[in-house]
Design a protein around this ligand. Structure first.
Ligand SMILES: [Zn+2]
Length: 648
Protein backbone atom coordinates (compact mmCIF):
# COMPACT_ATOMS: atom_id res chain seq x y z
CA UNK A 1 0.00 0.00 0.00
CA UNK A 2 1.35 3.38 -0.99
CA UNK A 3 2.03 5.85 1.83
CA UNK A 4 0.31 9.07 0.87
CA UNK A 5 -0.30 12.35 2.66
CA UNK A 6 -4.01 11.62 2.81
CA UNK A 7 -3.51 8.20 4.37
CA UNK A 8 -1.01 9.54 6.90
CA UNK A 9 -3.41 12.34 7.86
CA UNK A 10 -6.30 9.91 8.36
CA UNK A 11 -4.04 7.55 10.34
CA UNK A 12 -3.07 10.41 12.66
CA UNK A 13 -6.77 11.09 13.26
CA UNK A 14 -7.59 7.44 13.86
CA UNK A 15 -4.72 7.02 16.31
CA UNK A 16 -5.82 10.16 18.13
CA UNK A 17 -9.39 8.96 18.42
CA UNK A 18 -8.15 5.64 19.76
CA UNK A 19 -6.07 7.47 22.40
CA UNK A 20 -9.12 9.50 23.43
CA UNK A 21 -11.28 6.39 23.69
CA UNK A 22 -8.68 4.65 25.89
CA UNK A 23 -8.45 7.79 28.06
CA UNK A 24 -12.21 7.98 28.45
CA UNK A 25 -12.42 4.26 29.24
CA UNK A 26 -9.72 4.54 31.94
CA UNK A 27 -11.46 7.62 33.39
CA UNK A 28 -14.91 6.07 33.34
CA UNK A 29 -13.80 2.92 35.17
CA UNK A 30 -11.40 4.92 37.37
CA UNK A 31 -8.45 2.74 36.47
CA UNK A 32 -5.51 4.27 38.32
CA UNK A 33 -1.93 3.85 37.27
CA UNK A 34 -2.76 2.01 34.07
CA UNK A 35 0.37 1.04 32.22
CA UNK A 36 1.56 3.82 29.93
CA UNK A 37 1.57 1.26 27.11
CA UNK A 38 -2.23 1.45 26.76
CA UNK A 39 -1.94 4.91 25.36
CA UNK A 40 1.69 4.91 24.33
CA UNK A 41 1.01 2.73 21.25
CA UNK A 42 -1.73 4.85 19.67
CA UNK A 43 0.13 8.00 20.71
CA UNK A 44 3.33 6.73 19.10
CA UNK A 45 1.41 5.92 15.89
CA UNK A 46 -0.11 9.39 16.01
CA UNK A 47 3.29 11.00 16.55
CA UNK A 48 4.88 9.07 13.63
CA UNK A 49 2.00 9.93 11.31
CA UNK A 50 2.19 13.59 12.37
CA UNK A 51 5.92 13.71 11.65
CA UNK A 52 5.32 11.97 8.32
CA UNK A 53 2.50 14.24 7.26
CA UNK A 54 4.44 17.34 8.33
CA UNK A 55 7.63 16.29 6.51
CA UNK A 56 5.78 15.09 3.41
CA UNK A 57 3.56 18.19 3.37
CA UNK A 58 6.49 20.60 3.56
CA UNK A 59 8.33 18.65 0.84
CA UNK A 60 5.33 18.76 -1.46
CA UNK A 61 4.62 22.40 -0.67
CA UNK A 62 8.15 23.23 -1.85
CA UNK A 63 8.45 20.78 -4.74
CA UNK A 64 4.90 20.47 -5.92
CA UNK A 65 2.78 19.27 -7.61
CA UNK A 66 -0.58 20.43 -6.22
CA UNK A 67 0.99 22.54 -3.51
CA UNK A 68 -2.30 23.95 -2.24
CA UNK A 69 -3.65 20.49 -1.78
CA UNK A 70 -0.55 19.30 0.09
CA UNK A 71 -0.79 22.20 2.56
CA UNK A 72 -4.46 21.40 3.19
CA UNK A 73 -3.79 17.75 4.01
CA UNK A 74 -0.73 18.62 6.06
CA UNK A 75 -2.75 20.98 8.22
CA UNK A 76 -5.54 18.41 8.55
CA UNK A 77 -3.01 15.77 9.60
CA UNK A 78 -1.33 17.80 12.34
CA UNK A 79 -4.58 19.01 13.93
CA UNK A 80 -4.85 16.00 16.33
CA UNK A 81 -1.32 16.72 17.62
CA UNK A 82 -2.20 20.40 18.10
CA UNK A 83 -5.37 19.51 20.04
CA UNK A 84 -3.53 16.93 22.14
CA UNK A 85 -0.97 19.62 23.04
CA UNK A 86 -3.80 22.00 23.90
CA UNK A 87 -5.41 19.38 26.16
CA UNK A 88 -2.14 18.72 28.02
CA UNK A 89 -1.56 22.45 28.39
CA UNK A 90 -5.08 22.89 29.71
CA UNK A 91 -4.61 20.09 32.25
CA UNK A 92 -1.35 21.65 33.51
CA UNK A 93 -2.91 25.13 33.74
CA UNK A 94 -5.90 23.70 35.55
CA UNK A 95 -3.77 21.78 38.05
CA UNK A 96 -1.54 24.73 38.86
CA UNK A 97 -4.49 27.08 39.45
CA UNK A 98 -6.53 27.47 42.62
CA UNK A 99 -10.02 27.20 41.23
CA UNK A 100 -10.84 23.54 40.71
CA UNK A 101 -14.40 23.63 39.45
CA UNK A 102 -14.81 20.13 37.98
CA UNK A 103 -14.38 20.21 34.32
CA UNK A 104 -16.23 17.71 32.12
CA UNK A 105 -13.39 17.73 29.60
CA UNK A 106 -10.76 16.90 32.20
CA UNK A 107 -13.00 14.40 33.99
CA UNK A 108 -13.34 12.60 30.72
CA UNK A 109 -9.61 12.72 30.05
CA UNK A 110 -8.13 12.37 33.56
CA UNK A 111 -7.43 8.67 32.97
CA UNK A 112 -4.66 9.90 30.68
CA UNK A 113 -2.83 11.67 33.50
CA UNK A 114 -0.54 8.70 34.07
CA UNK A 115 0.89 8.96 30.59
CA UNK A 116 1.92 12.53 31.37
CA UNK A 117 3.07 12.06 34.94
CA UNK A 118 4.61 8.61 34.90
CA UNK A 119 7.39 9.13 32.33
CA UNK A 120 8.38 12.34 34.15
CA UNK A 121 8.35 10.61 37.52
CA UNK A 122 10.37 7.65 36.24
CA UNK A 123 13.10 10.01 35.03
CA UNK A 124 13.24 12.47 37.93
CA UNK A 125 12.25 10.13 40.79
CA UNK A 126 13.79 6.86 39.63
CA UNK A 127 13.63 4.98 42.95
CA UNK A 128 10.40 3.12 43.55
CA UNK A 129 9.56 1.85 47.05
CA UNK A 130 6.41 -0.01 47.83
CA UNK A 131 4.59 0.11 51.15
CA UNK A 132 1.41 -1.75 52.07
CA UNK A 133 -0.83 1.12 51.00
CA UNK A 134 1.38 3.25 48.76
CA UNK A 135 4.08 3.31 46.13
CA UNK A 136 6.70 5.97 46.80
CA UNK A 137 8.68 7.57 43.98
CA UNK A 138 11.83 9.19 45.26
CA UNK A 139 15.21 10.43 44.07
CA UNK A 140 16.94 8.96 47.10
CA UNK A 141 18.57 5.54 46.74
CA UNK A 142 17.96 4.95 50.47
CA UNK A 143 14.38 4.64 51.72
CA UNK A 144 13.54 5.78 55.24
CA UNK A 145 11.76 2.79 56.77
CA UNK A 146 10.36 4.76 59.74
CA UNK A 147 8.85 7.26 57.33
CA UNK A 148 7.37 4.50 55.16
CA UNK A 149 5.84 2.79 58.20
CA UNK A 150 4.41 6.13 59.30
CA UNK A 151 2.77 6.61 55.89
CA UNK A 152 1.21 3.15 55.99
CA UNK A 153 -0.12 3.82 59.49
CA UNK A 154 -1.44 7.23 58.38
CA UNK A 155 -3.39 5.71 55.47
CA UNK A 156 -4.65 2.73 57.48
CA UNK A 157 -5.90 4.98 60.29
CA UNK A 158 -8.02 6.98 57.88
CA UNK A 159 -9.27 3.93 55.99
CA UNK A 160 -10.30 2.26 59.23
CA UNK A 161 -12.46 5.22 60.23
CA UNK A 162 -14.40 4.82 56.97
CA UNK A 163 -14.47 1.04 57.18
CA UNK A 164 -13.60 0.75 53.49
CA UNK A 165 -10.66 1.30 51.28
CA UNK A 166 -9.44 1.49 47.75
CA UNK A 167 -8.09 -1.41 45.71
CA UNK A 168 -5.36 0.95 44.61
CA UNK A 169 -2.26 2.22 46.30
CA UNK A 170 -1.56 5.91 46.18
CA UNK A 171 1.44 6.93 44.06
CA UNK A 172 3.32 9.26 46.38
CA UNK A 173 5.92 11.45 44.64
CA UNK A 174 8.59 13.11 46.77
CA UNK A 175 8.62 16.47 45.01
CA UNK A 176 7.06 18.50 42.19
CA UNK A 177 6.01 17.12 38.81
CA UNK A 178 6.14 19.43 35.78
CA UNK A 179 6.62 22.32 38.21
CA UNK A 180 3.50 21.45 40.19
CA UNK A 181 3.69 20.35 43.80
CA UNK A 182 1.31 19.96 46.69
CA UNK A 183 -1.48 18.43 44.60
CA UNK A 184 -3.54 15.29 44.60
CA UNK A 185 -5.17 13.94 41.48
CA UNK A 186 -6.15 10.61 39.99
CA UNK A 187 -4.11 8.41 42.31
CA UNK A 188 -1.06 10.68 42.37
CA UNK A 189 -0.08 12.62 45.50
CA UNK A 190 2.65 15.17 44.79
CA UNK A 191 4.27 15.73 48.15
CA UNK A 192 7.14 17.61 49.72
CA UNK A 193 10.71 17.48 48.48
CA UNK A 194 12.99 15.05 50.29
CA UNK A 195 15.06 16.75 52.95
CA UNK A 196 12.38 19.27 53.86
CA UNK A 197 12.27 19.36 57.68
CA UNK A 198 9.80 16.89 59.10
CA UNK A 199 7.86 17.39 62.28
CA UNK A 200 9.99 15.00 64.26
CA UNK A 201 12.53 12.28 63.54
CA UNK A 202 11.39 9.72 60.97
CA UNK A 203 7.87 11.07 60.80
CA UNK A 204 5.96 12.48 57.87
CA UNK A 205 5.94 15.91 56.36
CA UNK A 206 2.76 17.93 56.61
CA UNK A 207 2.24 18.22 52.86
CA UNK A 208 2.66 14.46 52.35
CA UNK A 209 0.07 13.70 55.02
CA UNK A 210 -2.27 16.27 53.50
CA UNK A 211 -2.13 15.13 49.87
CA UNK A 212 -2.44 11.46 50.78
CA UNK A 213 -5.48 12.27 52.95
CA UNK A 214 -7.14 13.65 49.78
CA UNK A 215 -6.51 10.27 48.13
CA UNK A 216 -8.14 8.32 50.97
CA UNK A 217 -11.30 10.46 50.92
CA UNK A 218 -11.44 10.50 47.14
CA UNK A 219 -11.29 6.73 47.06
CA UNK A 220 -14.47 6.23 49.03
CA UNK A 221 -16.45 8.79 47.00
CA UNK A 222 -18.19 8.10 43.72
CA UNK A 223 -16.93 9.40 40.41
CA UNK A 224 -18.33 12.82 39.56
CA UNK A 225 -18.92 13.80 43.20
CA UNK A 226 -19.27 17.51 44.00
CA UNK A 227 -17.68 17.71 47.44
CA UNK A 228 -16.92 21.39 48.12
CA UNK A 229 -13.30 22.38 48.73
CA UNK A 230 -14.36 23.27 52.26
CA UNK A 231 -14.93 19.60 53.14
CA UNK A 232 -12.16 18.07 50.99
CA UNK A 233 -9.46 20.49 52.15
CA UNK A 234 -10.90 20.43 55.67
CA UNK A 235 -10.56 16.64 55.77
CA UNK A 236 -6.99 16.79 54.41
CA UNK A 237 -6.00 19.57 56.79
CA UNK A 238 -7.45 17.68 59.74
CA UNK A 239 -5.20 14.75 58.85
CA UNK A 240 -2.06 16.80 58.24
CA UNK A 241 -0.64 16.41 61.74
CA UNK A 242 0.14 19.31 64.02
CA UNK A 243 -1.04 21.97 61.53
CA UNK A 244 -4.61 21.16 62.45
CA UNK A 245 -3.92 22.94 65.74
CA UNK A 246 -2.57 25.87 63.71
CA UNK A 247 -5.78 25.94 61.70
CA UNK A 248 -7.87 25.80 64.85
CA UNK A 249 -5.84 28.65 66.30
CA UNK A 250 -6.32 30.77 63.17
CA UNK A 251 -10.07 30.16 63.14
CA UNK A 252 -10.39 30.73 66.88
CA UNK A 253 -8.61 34.08 66.57
CA UNK A 254 -10.43 35.08 63.39
CA UNK A 255 -13.75 34.32 65.06
CA UNK A 256 -12.76 36.52 67.99
CA UNK A 257 -12.24 39.34 65.46
CA UNK A 258 -15.63 38.62 63.86
CA UNK A 259 -13.98 37.98 60.48
CA UNK A 260 -14.95 34.35 59.80
CA UNK A 261 -16.60 33.51 56.50
CA UNK A 262 -20.14 32.23 56.92
CA UNK A 263 -20.88 28.73 55.59
CA UNK A 264 -23.06 30.38 52.94
CA UNK A 265 -20.03 32.31 51.71
CA UNK A 266 -17.79 29.25 51.87
CA UNK A 267 -20.10 27.17 49.71
CA UNK A 268 -21.07 30.14 47.53
CA UNK A 269 -19.96 30.52 43.90
CA UNK A 270 -16.73 32.34 44.88
CA UNK A 271 -15.34 29.68 47.17
CA UNK A 272 -17.08 26.36 46.46
CA UNK A 273 -14.19 25.13 44.28
CA UNK A 274 -11.54 27.55 45.43
CA UNK A 275 -8.60 26.63 47.63
CA UNK A 276 -8.26 29.88 49.53
CA UNK A 277 -6.48 29.76 52.93
CA UNK A 278 -9.67 30.35 54.94
CA UNK A 279 -11.26 27.37 53.18
CA UNK A 280 -8.52 25.15 54.65
CA UNK A 281 -8.66 26.58 58.17
CA UNK A 282 -12.41 26.82 58.53
CA UNK A 283 -12.85 23.51 56.69
CA UNK A 284 -10.54 21.80 59.17
CA UNK A 285 -12.53 23.04 62.16
CA UNK A 286 -15.88 22.27 60.49
CA UNK A 287 -14.90 18.74 59.44
CA UNK A 288 -13.61 17.98 62.93
CA UNK A 289 -16.96 19.16 64.31
CA UNK A 290 -18.97 17.14 61.76
CA UNK A 291 -17.02 13.95 62.51
CA UNK A 292 -17.34 14.47 66.28
CA UNK A 293 -21.04 15.37 66.26
CA UNK A 294 -22.42 13.28 63.41
CA UNK A 295 -19.86 10.51 62.86
CA UNK A 296 -18.00 9.32 59.78
CA UNK A 297 -21.06 7.71 58.20
CA UNK A 298 -22.99 10.98 58.00
CA UNK A 299 -19.91 12.89 56.87
CA UNK A 300 -19.40 10.39 54.09
CA UNK A 301 -23.08 10.47 53.14
CA UNK A 302 -22.93 14.25 52.84
CA UNK A 303 -19.75 14.11 50.74
CA UNK A 304 -21.17 11.36 48.53
CA UNK A 305 -24.56 12.88 47.81
CA UNK A 306 -24.08 16.65 47.92
CA UNK A 307 -24.25 18.77 44.77
CA UNK A 308 -23.10 22.33 44.33
CA UNK A 309 -26.57 23.53 43.32
CA UNK A 310 -28.33 21.97 46.31
CA UNK A 311 -25.74 22.01 49.07
CA UNK A 312 -27.95 23.72 51.72
CA UNK A 313 -30.76 21.21 51.11
CA UNK A 314 -28.26 18.34 51.20
CA UNK A 315 -27.07 19.48 54.63
CA UNK A 316 -30.69 19.58 55.83
CA UNK A 317 -31.43 16.13 54.41
CA UNK A 318 -28.31 14.41 55.73
CA UNK A 319 -27.66 16.20 59.03
CA UNK A 320 -31.19 17.25 59.90
CA UNK A 321 -30.40 20.93 60.37
CA UNK A 322 -30.23 23.92 58.07
CA UNK A 323 -26.96 25.33 56.77
CA UNK A 324 -27.34 28.41 58.99
CA UNK A 325 -28.06 26.23 62.03
CA UNK A 326 -24.95 24.21 61.27
CA UNK A 327 -22.98 27.45 60.92
CA UNK A 328 -24.21 28.62 64.30
CA UNK A 329 -23.65 25.26 65.96
CA UNK A 330 -20.03 24.75 64.92
CA UNK A 331 -19.17 28.38 65.67
CA UNK A 332 -20.74 28.11 69.10
CA UNK A 333 -18.80 24.93 69.71
CA UNK A 334 -15.60 26.73 68.72
CA UNK A 335 -16.34 29.78 70.86
CA UNK A 336 -17.01 27.51 73.84
CA UNK A 337 -13.60 25.87 73.53
CA UNK A 338 -10.59 26.98 75.48
CA UNK A 339 -8.02 29.18 73.76
CA UNK A 340 -5.52 27.28 71.59
CA UNK A 341 -2.82 27.98 74.20
CA UNK A 342 -4.88 26.50 76.97
CA UNK A 343 -5.90 23.52 74.86
CA UNK A 344 -2.23 22.83 74.31
CA UNK A 345 -1.14 23.24 77.94
CA UNK A 346 -4.00 21.19 79.34
CA UNK A 347 -3.35 18.45 76.77
CA UNK A 348 0.14 17.79 78.17
CA UNK A 349 0.73 14.64 80.16
CA UNK A 350 1.51 15.21 83.85
CA UNK A 351 3.81 12.96 85.81
CA UNK A 352 2.49 11.65 89.11
CA UNK A 353 4.11 14.29 91.31
CA UNK A 354 2.42 17.15 89.42
CA UNK A 355 -0.93 18.17 90.93
CA UNK A 356 -3.49 18.46 88.08
CA UNK A 357 -5.44 21.22 89.81
CA UNK A 358 -2.32 23.25 90.36
CA UNK A 359 -1.37 22.72 86.73
CA UNK A 360 -4.83 23.89 85.66
CA UNK A 361 -4.47 27.09 87.72
CA UNK A 362 -1.02 27.65 86.27
CA UNK A 363 -2.38 27.16 82.72
CA UNK A 364 -5.04 29.85 83.39
CA UNK A 365 -2.49 32.32 84.74
CA UNK A 366 0.07 31.53 82.09
CA UNK A 367 -2.38 31.97 79.18
CA UNK A 368 -3.58 35.31 80.56
CA UNK A 369 0.06 36.41 80.90
CA UNK A 370 0.95 35.25 77.38
CA UNK A 371 -1.97 37.25 76.04
CA UNK A 372 -0.71 40.38 77.84
CA UNK A 373 2.77 39.83 76.42
CA UNK A 374 1.47 39.47 72.89
CA UNK A 375 -1.18 42.16 72.79
CA UNK A 376 1.05 45.24 72.34
CA UNK A 377 2.94 43.50 69.52
CA UNK A 378 -0.22 43.12 67.46
CA UNK A 379 0.50 46.62 66.22
CA UNK A 380 4.18 47.31 66.23
CA UNK A 381 7.34 48.25 64.39
CA UNK A 382 10.33 46.58 65.95
CA UNK A 383 14.01 46.44 65.02
CA UNK A 384 16.12 43.67 66.46
CA UNK A 385 19.85 43.16 66.13
CA UNK A 386 20.81 39.50 66.08
CA UNK A 387 24.43 38.49 66.61
CA UNK A 388 25.61 34.93 66.03
CA UNK A 389 28.98 33.74 67.33
CA UNK A 390 30.18 30.28 66.36
CA UNK A 391 33.16 28.52 67.88
CA UNK A 392 34.51 25.40 66.20
CA UNK A 393 36.46 22.45 67.67
CA UNK A 394 39.77 24.34 67.42
CA UNK A 395 38.42 27.32 69.30
CA UNK A 396 38.13 29.62 66.24
CA UNK A 397 35.22 32.03 66.50
CA UNK A 398 33.25 33.59 63.64
CA UNK A 399 30.70 36.34 64.11
CA UNK A 400 27.90 37.49 61.86
CA UNK A 401 24.99 39.74 62.55
CA UNK A 402 21.61 40.62 61.09
CA UNK A 403 19.34 43.53 61.57
CA UNK A 404 15.70 42.46 61.45
CA UNK A 405 12.82 44.88 61.14
CA UNK A 406 9.33 43.56 61.87
CA UNK A 407 6.17 45.42 60.95
CA UNK A 408 2.95 44.01 62.15
CA UNK A 409 -0.75 44.81 62.40
CA UNK A 410 -4.08 43.34 61.30
CA UNK A 411 -3.34 44.05 57.63
CA UNK A 412 0.31 43.29 57.16
CA UNK A 413 3.16 41.26 58.44
CA UNK A 414 6.50 42.30 56.98
CA UNK A 415 10.02 41.31 57.87
CA UNK A 416 13.12 42.97 56.45
CA UNK A 417 16.43 41.29 57.23
CA UNK A 418 19.79 42.88 56.48
CA UNK A 419 23.06 40.96 56.74
CA UNK A 420 26.01 42.82 58.17
CA UNK A 421 28.61 43.67 57.04
CA UNK A 422 27.89 42.16 53.56
CA UNK A 423 24.72 44.25 53.16
CA UNK A 424 22.32 41.67 51.61
CA UNK A 425 18.66 42.43 52.25
CA UNK A 426 15.68 40.10 52.13
CA UNK A 427 12.05 41.11 52.52
CA UNK A 428 8.99 38.99 53.19
CA UNK A 429 5.55 40.55 53.09
CA UNK A 430 2.18 38.95 53.81
CA UNK A 431 -1.09 40.85 53.55
CA UNK A 432 -4.61 39.50 53.11
CA UNK A 433 -4.26 40.14 49.35
CA UNK A 434 -0.72 39.33 48.33
CA UNK A 435 2.37 37.62 49.52
CA UNK A 436 5.84 38.25 48.15
CA UNK A 437 9.54 37.92 48.92
CA UNK A 438 12.41 40.05 47.63
CA UNK A 439 16.13 39.88 47.85
CA UNK A 440 19.20 41.88 46.93
CA UNK A 441 22.80 40.82 47.33
CA UNK A 442 24.00 44.17 48.62
CA UNK A 443 22.75 47.68 49.11
CA UNK A 444 23.77 48.86 45.61
CA UNK A 445 22.20 45.95 43.71
CA UNK A 446 18.67 46.09 42.24
CA UNK A 447 15.84 44.25 43.99
CA UNK A 448 14.92 40.77 42.76
CA UNK A 449 11.53 39.20 43.18
CA UNK A 450 11.85 35.76 44.80
CA UNK A 451 8.12 34.94 44.67
CA UNK A 452 4.80 36.70 44.40
CA UNK A 453 1.28 35.36 44.62
CA UNK A 454 -2.19 36.61 45.24
CA UNK A 455 -3.97 35.63 48.39
CA UNK A 456 -7.53 36.50 48.87
CA UNK A 457 -7.71 35.76 52.52
CA UNK A 458 -9.19 36.96 55.74
CA UNK A 459 -6.13 35.92 57.66
CA UNK A 460 -5.42 37.98 60.70
CA UNK A 461 -2.01 38.44 62.15
CA UNK A 462 -2.50 38.55 65.85
CA UNK A 463 0.26 36.22 66.87
CA UNK A 464 3.34 38.42 66.46
CA UNK A 465 5.51 35.32 66.61
CA UNK A 466 9.00 36.44 65.62
CA UNK A 467 9.80 38.69 68.58
CA UNK A 468 8.15 36.48 71.13
CA UNK A 469 9.73 33.16 70.19
CA UNK A 470 12.00 33.04 73.22
CA UNK A 471 9.77 34.74 75.84
CA UNK A 472 6.92 32.36 74.89
CA UNK A 473 9.09 29.27 74.43
CA UNK A 474 6.63 26.87 76.12
CA UNK A 475 4.16 27.63 73.30
CA UNK A 476 6.68 27.36 70.45
CA UNK A 477 5.97 25.00 67.53
CA UNK A 478 8.73 22.68 68.78
CA UNK A 479 6.89 22.21 72.06
CA UNK A 480 3.62 21.64 70.24
CA UNK A 481 5.01 19.04 67.88
CA UNK A 482 6.49 16.85 70.57
CA UNK A 483 4.78 14.69 73.13
CA UNK A 484 5.85 16.67 76.18
CA UNK A 485 5.34 15.32 79.68
CA UNK A 486 5.50 17.75 82.61
CA UNK A 487 7.71 16.09 85.19
CA UNK A 488 7.87 18.75 87.89
CA UNK A 489 6.61 22.19 88.72
CA UNK A 490 7.60 24.42 91.58
CA UNK A 491 9.31 27.53 92.73
CA UNK A 492 12.82 28.26 91.61
CA UNK A 493 15.49 27.23 94.18
CA UNK A 494 17.03 30.62 94.81
CA UNK A 495 13.99 32.86 94.57
CA UNK A 496 10.41 31.84 95.15
CA UNK A 497 9.23 34.46 92.66
CA UNK A 498 9.97 32.41 89.57
CA UNK A 499 8.07 29.32 88.50
CA UNK A 500 10.16 26.44 87.25
CA UNK A 501 8.64 23.73 85.08
CA UNK A 502 10.55 20.60 84.10
CA UNK A 503 9.55 18.51 81.11
CA UNK A 504 10.66 15.71 78.88
CA UNK A 505 9.69 14.36 75.51
CA UNK A 506 8.95 10.69 75.94
CA UNK A 507 7.10 9.94 72.74
CA UNK A 508 9.01 6.76 72.01
CA UNK A 509 9.39 5.38 75.52
CA UNK A 510 12.81 6.92 76.08
CA UNK A 511 13.18 10.69 76.45
CA UNK A 512 14.69 12.30 73.34
CA UNK A 513 14.99 15.61 75.08
CA UNK A 514 14.34 17.12 78.48
CA UNK A 515 14.72 20.45 80.17
CA UNK A 516 13.06 23.19 82.16
CA UNK A 517 11.51 26.63 81.70
CA UNK A 518 11.76 29.36 84.31
CA UNK A 519 8.92 31.88 84.11
CA UNK A 520 8.41 35.20 85.86
CA UNK A 521 4.80 35.84 87.02
CA UNK A 522 5.68 39.53 87.48
CA UNK A 523 6.66 39.74 83.80
CA UNK A 524 3.43 38.22 82.51
CA UNK A 525 4.96 34.76 82.88
CA UNK A 526 7.58 35.59 80.26
CA UNK A 527 10.48 33.14 80.08
CA UNK A 528 13.58 34.31 81.96
CA UNK A 529 15.67 31.16 81.54
CA UNK A 530 15.42 27.71 80.02
CA UNK A 531 17.50 24.66 79.34
CA UNK A 532 17.05 21.87 76.78
CA UNK A 533 19.11 18.67 76.63
CA UNK A 534 18.89 16.48 73.54
CA UNK A 535 19.63 12.80 74.16
CA UNK A 536 20.58 9.85 72.00
CA UNK A 537 18.95 6.42 72.18
CA UNK A 538 21.24 5.44 75.09
CA UNK A 539 20.24 8.54 77.04
CA UNK A 540 23.60 10.29 76.53
CA UNK A 541 23.59 14.03 75.85
CA UNK A 542 24.06 15.00 72.16
CA UNK A 543 23.84 18.73 72.69
CA UNK A 544 22.26 21.25 75.02
CA UNK A 545 20.70 24.68 74.76
CA UNK A 546 20.55 27.40 77.34
CA UNK A 547 18.38 30.51 77.05
CA UNK A 548 17.97 33.73 79.01
CA UNK A 549 15.69 36.73 78.47
CA UNK A 550 15.91 40.18 80.08
CA UNK A 551 12.95 42.53 80.01
CA UNK A 552 12.31 46.25 79.89
CA UNK A 553 9.08 48.25 80.12
CA UNK A 554 7.87 50.25 77.12
CA UNK A 555 4.53 52.13 77.29
CA UNK A 556 3.61 50.06 80.34
CA UNK A 557 4.21 46.71 78.57
CA UNK A 558 6.81 44.07 79.38
CA UNK A 559 9.06 43.72 76.36
CA UNK A 560 11.98 41.30 75.85
CA UNK A 561 15.02 43.55 75.74
CA UNK A 562 17.84 41.06 75.26
CA UNK A 563 17.36 37.36 74.59
CA UNK A 564 20.24 34.96 74.39
CA UNK A 565 20.43 31.36 73.19
CA UNK A 566 23.56 29.23 73.63
CA UNK A 567 24.12 25.88 71.98
CA UNK A 568 26.79 23.47 73.23
CA UNK A 569 27.78 20.33 71.39
CA UNK A 570 30.82 18.11 71.07
CA UNK A 571 32.14 19.96 67.99
CA UNK A 572 31.94 23.47 69.41
CA UNK A 573 29.42 26.05 70.53
CA UNK A 574 27.28 28.83 69.18
CA UNK A 575 25.63 31.79 70.78
CA UNK A 576 22.84 33.99 69.36
CA UNK A 577 21.85 37.27 70.96
CA UNK A 578 18.72 39.22 70.05
CA UNK A 579 18.59 42.80 71.21
CA UNK A 580 15.74 45.21 70.62
CA UNK A 581 17.10 48.36 69.00
CA UNK A 582 13.80 50.19 68.62
CA UNK A 583 10.20 49.34 69.38
CA UNK A 584 7.07 51.35 68.68
CA UNK A 585 3.56 50.18 69.46
CA UNK A 586 1.63 51.86 66.67
CA UNK A 587 0.42 50.92 63.19
CA UNK A 588 3.43 50.48 60.87
CA UNK A 589 3.61 52.43 57.59
CA UNK A 590 1.61 50.79 54.80
CA UNK A 591 4.40 51.25 52.26
CA UNK A 592 6.59 48.54 53.80
CA UNK A 593 4.15 45.90 52.58
CA UNK A 594 3.79 47.31 49.06
CA UNK A 595 5.85 45.84 46.25
CA UNK A 596 6.18 49.20 44.47
CA UNK A 597 8.09 50.56 47.49
CA UNK A 598 11.04 48.39 46.49
CA UNK A 599 12.69 49.93 43.44
CA UNK A 600 9.34 50.36 41.66
CA UNK A 601 8.94 46.57 41.19
CA UNK A 602 5.65 45.38 39.68
CA UNK A 603 3.86 42.03 40.09
CA UNK A 604 4.92 39.50 37.45
CA UNK A 605 2.45 38.91 34.63
CA UNK A 606 1.76 35.32 35.62
CA UNK A 607 0.66 36.39 39.11
CA UNK A 608 -2.33 38.20 37.68
CA UNK A 609 -5.45 36.23 36.94
CA UNK A 610 -5.22 35.03 33.34
CA UNK A 611 -7.54 36.98 31.05
CA UNK A 612 -8.58 33.76 29.39
CA UNK A 613 -8.50 30.18 30.56
CA UNK A 614 -7.09 29.20 27.16
CA UNK A 615 -3.33 28.86 26.79
CA UNK A 616 -1.18 29.53 23.76
CA UNK A 617 -1.45 25.93 22.45
CA UNK A 618 -5.26 26.08 22.62
CA UNK A 619 -5.21 29.27 20.55
CA UNK A 620 -2.84 27.69 18.02
CA UNK A 621 -5.06 24.57 17.77
CA UNK A 622 -8.19 26.72 17.35
CA UNK A 623 -6.49 28.88 14.72
CA UNK A 624 -5.20 25.76 12.94
CA UNK A 625 -8.68 24.23 12.94
CA UNK A 626 -10.27 27.36 11.48
CA UNK A 627 -7.57 27.62 8.83
CA UNK A 628 -7.92 23.89 8.08
CA UNK A 629 -11.68 24.21 7.72
CA UNK A 630 -11.18 27.19 5.40
CA UNK A 631 -8.69 25.31 3.24
CA UNK A 632 -10.92 22.23 3.09
CA UNK A 633 -13.84 24.35 2.02
CA UNK A 634 -11.75 25.97 -0.70
CA UNK A 635 -10.65 22.51 -1.88
CA UNK A 636 -14.23 21.30 -2.03
CA UNK A 637 -15.26 24.41 -4.01
CA UNK A 638 -12.40 23.85 -6.42
CA UNK A 639 -13.44 20.22 -6.74
CA UNK A 640 -16.97 21.34 -7.65
CA UNK A 641 -15.50 23.41 -10.43
CA UNK A 642 -13.08 20.68 -11.59
CA UNK A 643 -14.29 17.18 -12.38
CA UNK A 644 -11.57 15.25 -10.45
CA UNK A 645 -10.79 15.55 -6.68
CA UNK A 646 -7.11 15.28 -6.09
CA UNK A 647 -6.37 12.46 -3.72
CA UNK A 648 -2.69 13.21 -3.67
ZN1 LIG B 1 -5.40 20.02 49.77
Amino acid sequence: MKVTLVRLAWMAWLAWLLTLIVMAWLSYWRVFHASCVYMAIPMAVQALCTIGVLGGGIWRAIRGPRRWNAVTWMLFGILPALWMGALVEYAIRFSSGRNHRPNPLLRWAEGGSSILVEPYVRVFYPHRYEGQRFVMWSNSPQPDQAEMDAMDAHIRDMEQTFGRRSDYKVYWVRGPVLGISGRYGYGWALGERLGFPTDGVGKLQVLDRHEVAHFVLDQVLPRGNEVPKLLHEGWAELHSGWVQEDSREQVWLTQREGKLYSLRELIGPQLYWNSEPSVYWQGCVLVEYLLRQFGHEKFLELCTTCREATFPEDVQRVLGLSLDELDQAYQQDLAGQASPDKRFLTSLRLEEGVDPQRWQRFADDYCAGAERLRTPFRQASVTIVETNDRTDEDGNTTTESHRSEYYHDDHQQVSIRTGEPSGWVSVKSVTPDVQFALHKDDADQPWQLVYYFNRDSRSIFSRAKPYLDLPLKPLSPLSREQAITITEMGANDSTSRLVRISFEDAAHGKPSYRGWWELDPERDYGLVAAEYEYLDAQGARIYSKHMTVEYETIDGHHVPKVACEELLHSRGASRSTYEIESCQFKAPPRKVSELASYGGLRPPESAKEPASSLGILAWIASGGSLLGAGLMLTSVCRRCRQPSFPNS
